[in-house]
Ligand binder design. Structure first.
Ligand SMILES: Nc1nc2c(ncn2[C@@H]2O[C@H](COP(=O)(O)OP(=O)(O)O)[C@@H](O)[C@H]2O)c(=O)[nH]1
Ligand SMILES: [Mg+2]
Ligand SMILES: [Zn+2]
Length: 210
């Protein structure tokens, strides 16, 4: 979860969540909250190349049933910076949860410390049931355990092309004879392939910089 504003969205943090999810075989969903405060369209362009379901949420229109439908039959963990609205959404999904919500003062770091625990709650909605896990905000997010091959696997057609790559290929723009880059440049992977290659390369660089 990210907020369109307050706190400002950071694409690098979302990238890190995506890497961890793709590595673990978790299907990522992205919820952008506070779209009443700012338009997230520009921010969301960063993720166009990624197979990612995006929901936009605002105080006066929380798409609880749409998001709820995506949770049915799954255990879904809500991650994101403190103050993005995780507990607010959890309360909309599970009214009896009564999770504490509020504003943490960004400058002093003090303020009402909200929902500092992680809890698992039963979601029951029109489309069925699932589990939602509300977490406190995170400040940092490690990727030490990630296998970069799993990042590539999330981009199915690029992973297929990569079978022709030289051993140890990084698939980054300077990689010699990278079969993914050649396939994308040839146009045979379709018009959206360059965007997906950009996203893949960004995630691989983020992973390499961890
Ligand atoms: N303007 C606006 N404020 C929101 C929205 N969603 C949540 N908030 C507010 O953001 C603050 C932090 O919400 P909270 O759910 O505690 O965030 P959490 O730390 O991620 O659990 C609260 O004051 C909420 O009322 C939204 O869509 N728009
Ligand atoms: Mg909370
Ligand atoms: Zn390659």
């Amino acid at each position: 979860m990210v907020a369109a504003a307050d706190p400002e969205p950071r694409e690098r943090l979302v990238d890190r969540y995506l890497i961890a999810a793709l590595d673990a075989g978790i299907r990522p969903l992205l919820v952008v909250t506070k779209t009443d405060l700012a338009d997230p369209t520009e921010f969301l362009r960063h993720f166009e190349g990624i197979d990612l379901t995006v929901f936009r949420s605002r105080r006066d229109h929380m798409p609880a049933d749409e998001i709820g439908a995506a949770l049915v039959g799954h255990a879904t963990v809500f991650v994101g910076h403190s103050g993005v609205g995780k507990s607010t959404l959890v309360n909309a999904l599970v009214p009896e949860a009564r999770r504490a919500t509020g504003h943490v003062n960004e400058v002093t770091g003090r303020g009402r410390h909200t929902s500092s625990s992680t809890v698992s709650l039963r979601y029951r909605g029109p489309a069925g049931a699932g589990w939602v896990i509300d977490t406190p905000g995170v400040r940092s997010f490690g990727l030490g355990h990630v296998n970069p091959d799993h990042i590539l696997d999330a981009f199915t057609d690029l992973a297929e092309a990569a079978k022709e790559c030289p051993r140890g290929c990084t698939h980054l723009p300077d990689a010699p004879d990278c079969a993914i880059i050649e396939a994308v440049e040839s146009g045979r992977l379709g018009p959206t392939a360059p965007g997906r290659l950009d996203s893949l390369q960004r995630l691989l660089v983020t992973f390499a910089d961890r």
